[in-house]
Design a protein around this ligand. Structure first.
Ligand SMILES: Cc1cc2nc3c(=O)[nH]c(=O)nc-3n(C[C@H](O)[C@H](O)[C@H](O)COP(=O)(O)O)c2cc1C
Length: 510
């Protein structure tokens, strides 16, 4: 195994000890055993002669003035005539022709590369293509729909959307092309620790990480609780933002469970008498064949809030559609506002900034959770560190919160941000704690999907923290419901990693 590591100028240590954030590119490759050094005429011709005879028969079997076709040409001719006579395309013949073609190409490739071995004669059709999912074409802000459906069963969404039925595949039934469920081993504490580590990589307001987990061995389930010590009484008096962060952690937990081959059986707010118990997650069963969350797992550690400038490059419409679909799958809606609406959201964010500047209690909360790099004492595994604040904006064109405010941050530069920020509003029909948890899961699904699609993201809850501004953020012409988050998306730097509390601090194993 060979590892190639490309580091930044910050890299001063040896390759193996370079921290991940200083390794923008890391390539690992297994090398084959060395090839023999036989002369090229031998390699090109002698061992390949039987293969050349067969390929010649496939390609040039019979020669005439006008016809130089071998078996493949004959079969193609038959394949062209059969549908005219029978009205059906001969699938088996198609497979045979493609198999022959593939083998010919393989022989050419092996011979050109002067390989020591030649390909075995196989007529396989290669792997199965992944069937693309159909998503709604247009942002799903219009029309009534069952979004926010507490059963999680989403039917066709809105009249403005081009056909999609986002019904979950029935449990226990193999999805088309899906894997059968695999039995899983009992959960040990190491596996639970890994699951919780992935859960806690989620975003949370001011990186307060307002969650606690408890693993119950006898039922193989995890409880997720809100941590009342980590609330923001001034900026988030209703704990809506706290629920959104915990919802995001819950989604990461579901992805991590699927990655580990387990089905996460989630019950939101299972005990009305205990509102701090946000979710109970059964982990006893094997992951269902329809569960495709595991593909998002690599994005958990790559997702970051980027308070850096993005380019003005458009996001392709199929990626936008995929993000809308991701939100719908979690019972929320993602809406990409028009230019006038983006401008009005920016105005509302500026309004919120002005109000915040005049609210010393909110300033105190922010100062408590953010660092400027001038603090003394050991660094804390929570809050927003100075290196994650991003540069100051020259002209404020993007809704990126300046957490430093008037505080000086040593070494902090300034930059021009994108002129036309690409914003998405995430909303739910209702505005109860269970909707906030659902919105958090939808937000994280959108963020992980965006990360997988190569996008950088940041969040803006600024204007949503003021009830009189929050209602104005939504598009009055759509059935957006209640806006839960403003997401900024684009092409740009991913943003640096922020600290997390060690798992033993947030996980209790009973
Ligand atoms: C409910 C909520 C509100 C947030 N609001 C903002 C915001 O207004 N501005 C901002 O820059 N980041 C915001 N964030 C992002 C957090 O600051 C960020 O997730 C946290 O610092 C951890 O960093 P990471 O996302 O890079 O892991 C918010 C996150 C959540 C979950």
């Amino acid at each position: 195994m060979v590892s190639l590591v490309m580091g930044t100028s910050k890299e001063v240590t040896g390759m193996t000890t370079t921290p991940a954030e200083h390794r923008p590119v890391s390539v690992e490759a297994a090398l084959d055993t060395p090839q023999s050094r036989r002369p090229w005429p031998v390699k090109w011709w002698l061992p390949a002669i039987p293969h050349y005879i067969v390929t010649a028969f496939f390609l040039n079997g019979y020669r005439d003035d006008w016809w130089a076709g071998g078996l493949i040409c004959v079969l193609v001719l038959i394949a062209a005539v059969v549908p005219a006579l029978t009205g059906k395309y001969p699938q088996d013949l198609f497979d045979l022709i493609i198999g022959l073609d593939r083998w010919v190409l393989r022989v050419v490739a092996y011979a050109t590369l002067m390989a020591d071995a030649y390909p075995p004669f196989r007529l396989d059709m290669g792997g199965t293509e992944r069937v693309a999912r159909t998503w709604p074409r247009r942002p799903c802000g219009e029309g009534p729909g069952p979004f926010g459906d507490p059963t999680g069963t989403l039917g066709p969404s809105c009249p403005g959307c081009r056909a999609v039925t986002l019904e979950p595949w029935p449990r226990g039934r193999p999805a088309p092309g899906g894997r059968p469920p695999v039995p899983t081993r009992p959960l040990d504490s190491t596996s639970v620790t890994h699951l919780v580590e992935d859960a806690t990589a989620a975003p949370s307001m001011h990186n307060a990480q307002p969650w606690k987990f408890r693993f119950l061995r006898d039922t193989a389930s995890l409880e997720m609780r809100a941590d009342p010590e980590r609330t923001m009484p001034k900026a988030d008096p209703t704990t809506r933002a706290l629920h959104i962060g915990c919802g995001a952690a819950l989604f990461n937990l579901r992805v991590a469970a699927a990655h580990a081959g387990r089905e996460a059986d989630v019950r939101l707010l299972p005990d009305p008498a205990d509102p701090l118990l946000l979710a109970e997650v059964g982990l006893a069963g094997p992951v269902g064949p329809d569960d495709d969350l595991a593909v998002l797992h690599p994005a958990i550690s790559r997702r970051r809030t980027s308070r850096f400038p993005f380019t003005d490059e458009e996001i392709p419409s199929d990626i936008v559609d995929g993000l809308c679909g991701a939100a719908l799958l979690e019972g929320a809606r993602l809406f990409f506002p028009d230019t006038w609406h983006v401008q009005s959201v920016l105005d509302l964010v500026h309004d919120a900034e002005g109000r915040e500047a005049l609210a010393p209690e909110i300033q105190q909360e922010i100062a408590h959770w953010t660092r400027t790099g001038t603090e003394e004492g050991p660094s804390r595994p929570e809050g927003i560190p100075a290196h994650a604040l991003g540069p100051r904006q020259h002209d404020v064109t993007a809704p990126v919160r300046d957490f430093a405010g008037r505080r000086a941050v040593p070494g902090r530069g300034s930059a021009t941000f994108e002129k036309t920020p690409r914003l998405a509003l995430l909303g739910t029909t209702e505005d109860r704690p269970e909707d906030w948890l659902r919105a958090g899961q939808a937000m994280e699904r959108v963020l992980l999907q965006a990360t997988s699609d190569g996008l950088a993201t940041s969040l803006t809850s600024h204007a949503l923290e003021w009830p009189e501004l929050r209602w104005a953020v939504r598009d009055p012409a759509s059935s957006m419901g209640h806006v839960q988050m403003v997401i900024r998306l684009g092409y740009g730097p991913a943003g640096p990693a922020t600290p997390r509390r060690p798992v033993p601090e947030v996980l209790d194993i009973a």
